[in-house]
Design a binder for this molecule. Structure first.
Ligand code: PLP
Length: 439
């Protein structure tokens, strides 16, 4: 392949990247198809990360490409403030029909971070709208990742994402995370131990009083901090406590939405229905930026008061319900439905689980965990040099033909949902080779 390679890598300040290391030895992708990327040097890489947890239907899907091309030609842009276009309504109806009741409205955004901000703002405004304006506090969780905007990093629980950025939102508290490697190492699926971590919410509510708390936000499965699977009964208990104290429960399903757990959404997998669900990523197969926040009629209706000519919610983005994103999303949903990709759990999850757990006993491995089509291998950190071992594993896998993702000293795997058993075998054999040769 003859792909021109830029001769100046300086200008682009890369996000969440070791810029100096990258620019010395760049890893540049030229094209993608199905389960594979091709680098500018013409090397094939198995995509073990679905891009960045988003390309759930695999790369280069012709139907999405055509839908996007046609849409740009037909209606390139339409304002979503006081105007509309048919596909936005069609998509909203389709998406809400995939969600359990009562999540029957959706607010469109352009990313996971914007979905989180939107959900938090709706939660606060909802409490005011129903006359409970003292309910302003937000509760997040340690090791939670909710994107990078100020609301998201405030309720989020990743120290490095918070410490450089001055004052965050006030009135935020955090529950402890649910990772308990001492009791739960090498668990397949949901861990046995840790339901009691949910009781900490009762302690926090007691401290601040429910009359001051608007919402609790959690990822049903924390992806970005290393695939932390909720202990059995944990999410159910959070739901019970929130209901008991009249506090909204928000699930951040930016990763778990659209098939990652082998079910359409985590709400289906766990059978726990929150009051709002934040989504993005797989909503368009990663092709066009888009996100959506689902909420109940009860929340929506609380805003539908006052004079009819007046705007009910002072929030929205220039690109909310962008026509091209809507077209990409509808084509994506067609593929998901036609190929059964959102329900591949029963067919593939067991195979994926067995393959991953076959790595137990290899050098440096201190835990392996999995749920649906996502898994993690936690490595013992090098003394005094956290993250270095996993980063070396990432570079070595890249040399051996696999693009995977690492976070801290954890390898996280989330292949596109079209993955075959042979590709799972290849992926696991490459990781085994990597682990055997790591310093
Ligand atoms: N929330 C969760 C759970 C995520 O995993 C992510 C991204 O990985 C986000 C929010 C932020 O999404 P974005 O990068 O699209 O803003």
């Amino acid at each position: 392949m003859n792909v021109p390679v830029p001769n100046n890598l300086e200008a682009f300040w890369m996000p969440f990247t070791a810029n100096r290391q990258f620019k010395k030895a760049p890893r540049l992708l030229a094209s993608a198809s199905g389960m594979y990327y091709t680098t500018v040097e013409g090397r094939k890489l198995l995509d073990a990360a679905a891009g960045l947890w988003c390309v759930n239907a695999g790369h280069g899907r012709r139907e999405i490409v055509e839908a996007v091309a046609n849409q740009v030609g037909e209606l390139d842009y339409a304002p979503a403030f006081q105007m509309g276009h048919p596909k936005a309504f069609e998509l909203a109806a389709r998406l809400t029909s995939m969600m359990p009741k009562p999540l029957d409205h959706v607010f469109f955004t352009n990313s996971g971070s914007e979905s989180v901000e939107t959900a938090l703002k709706i939660a606060l405004a909802y409490q005011r709208a129903r006359g409970k304006g003292t309910k302003t506090r937000l509760i997040g969780r340690e090791r939670g990742y909710h994107g990078v905007n100020f609301g998201g990093i405030s309720v989020g629980g990743i120290p490095t994402n918070r410490k450089f950025f001055g004052s965050l939102l006030t009135g935020v508290d955090h529950m402890r995370h649910t990772h308990d490697i001492e009791r739960n190492a090498f668990t397949r699926g949901q861990p046995e131990y840790g339901v009691e971590f949910a009781d900490e919410l009762e302690r926090i509510i007691y401290l601040h009083d429910a009359s001051n708390i608007a919402a609790v936000i959690v990822e049903p499965m924390s992806g970005s901090t290393g695939v932390l699977v909720p202990p059995k009964g944990y999410l159910e208990r959070l739901r019970e406590i929130c209901t008991k104290h009249d506090i909204l429960l928000i699930f951040d399903e930016v990763i778990t939405g659209f098939g990652r757990l082998g079910t359409p959404f985590a709400v289906d997998y766990f059978g726990v229905v929150p009051d709002m669900v934040a989504t993005a990523k797989g909503i368009t197969n990663g092709v066009i930026p888009m996100g959506g926040v689902f909420c109940s009629s009860e929340i929506y209706d609380a805003f539908m008061t006052g004079p009819e000519h007046a705007i009910e919610l002072f929030h929205g983005y220039t690109y909310s319900a962008h026509p091209v994103a809507c077209a990409a999303s509808m084509a994506t949903l067609d593929i998901y439905a036609k190929e059964g990709l959102l329900t591949r759990g029963p067919e593939l999850a067991q195979y994926f689980e067995d393959a991953l757990h076959s790595l137990k006993g290899l050098p440096h491995v201190i835990d392996i965990r999995n749920i649906g089509l996502v898994g993690a291998i936690e490595l013992r950190p090098i003394d005094g040099e956290p993250t270095k071992r996993a980063f070396s594993a990432f570079l070595s896998a890249y040399e051996k033909g696999v693009m995977m993702r690492t976070t801290g000293d954890i390898i996280a795997l989330s292949p596109p949902l079209i993955v075959s058993k042979a590709e799972i075998d290849f992926l696991v054999s490459v990781i085994a080779d990597v682990l055997k040769t790591l310093p």
